[in-house]
Design a protein around this ligand. Structure first.
Ligand code: SF4
Length: 335
């Protein structure tokens, strides 16, 4: 059975999607990266291989796309046909599902972004820089402090009668303000409701600052699972916010679809190494090149004892000549 594979490796989660040729999701994994993207990719592919075997499905992967902050690494490990930035991957998947979308809010564990679309074309985008106050880690941290399971946060916030205003310019201010509100006797529900509103306020004031926000609004990424944040967006924008199907893995879906699109445009044999990747040993290391004042930090990955890729060298001294690397089609216009 012909399939598409998309992998989105972020600092918090690694998302893997298997699609049929029509672009429907057949199966997926949403795994914690835990600082070890290669092991997580191997685990995810191993699980998917077993699931397909158990169902008696013979997978024939026709196109592979990777995205996310470790997209090049993932691309080299699995053999990707296309390595694409997250903005393009998210936008492509969303436009396919909600063709009239004009604003995408994407909030993950450590990163958040906004993508502005007009007539199905990305015209602008923004990302959080160093501030975590508009990302999922802000909520994770506060949930831990309150001793409440983050997955219950949404339910609590929906029961908030009078969400308190949390001064949430940054996580440090938010935390001290939250403690103050607790001491003043605010209910847990109202504090959590206030935290959801603070995250949305932070996001709109930082990531979306100066952007023209027009509906339809689509909200995706891991944090879009939290109904409290969706409601907080709707309250602040005074407009409905759409959560798409497969909201947590849109980057992986977009990467898979873009890879298919690219192979159709430039027909070639798929680069996928196969599910054997799950049982292959990879080693990574970084080193500094001292051959000139640039002092590049070079990343290297080995499959068994063989170096399969190096990157990070400005002049190509270390990466050129590694033919494997050239199998990965790299998008040159990464934001
Ligand atoms: S990799 Fe090239 S540019 Fe970088 S330090 Fe070495 S010689 Fe200089």
């Amino acid at each position: 059975m012909k399939m598409l594979l998309g992998i989105d490796v972020g600092s918090v989660s690694t998302d893997i999607a298997i699609l049929n040729e029509e672009g429907d999701v057949l199966t997926s994994r949403y795994l914690r990266t835990k600082g070890n993207p290669i092991e997580v990719i191997k685990r995810g592919l191993g699980e998917i291989e077993k699931e397909l075997n158990d169902k008696g499905i013979e997978p024939d992967v026709a196109a592979v796309g990777t995205t996310g902050s470790a997209r090049y690494l993932a691309g080299v490990v699995v053999g990707a046909d296309l390595v694409k930035n997250e903005i393009s991957a998210h936008a492509f998947a969303t436009i396919r599902q909600v063709p009239e979308v004009r604003t995408i809010f994407e909030i993950g564990g450590q990163d958040s972004k906004i993508i502005l679309i007009r007539d199905k074309i990305v015209i602008d985008f923004g990302m959080n820089s160093v501030c975590a106050a508009g990302t999922g880690s802000f909520l994770d941290h506060q949930a831990e402090r309150l001793g409440i399971d983050i997955t219950k946060f949404g339910d609590y916030s929906l029961k908030a009668d009078n969400p308190v205003r949390i001064a949430g310019r940054c996580t440090v201010f938010a935390e001290s303000d939250m403690i103050h509100k607790q001491q003043m006797g605010a209910s847990t529900e109202d504090i959590i409701g206030g935290l959801c509103e603070a995250l949305v306020r932070n996001y709109l004031n930082n990531v979306a600052r100066g952007k023209e926000l027009l509906p339809p609004f689509v909200f995706q990424g891991g944090v879009s699972e939290n109904i409290g944040i969706k409601k907080a967006f709707e309250k602040t924008l005074n407009h409905e916010v759409i959560i798409p199907k497969n909201n947590k893995i849109m980057g992986a879906i977009g990467a898979a679809l873009l890879a298919k699109h690219d192979i159709e445009k430039n027909p070639r044999e798929a680069a996928f190494k196969g599910f054997r990747v799950a049982r292959t040993n990879y080693k990574t290391r970084t080193f500094y090149c001292n051959a000139c004042p640039n002092n590049c930090e070079v990343y290297e990955i080995k499959e068994g004892n063989k170096v399969i890729a190096r990157w990070g060298d400005i002049c190509g001294r270390w990466s050129e000549g590694l033919k494997r690397m050239k199998k990965v089609k790299v998008n040159k216009v990464d934001p």
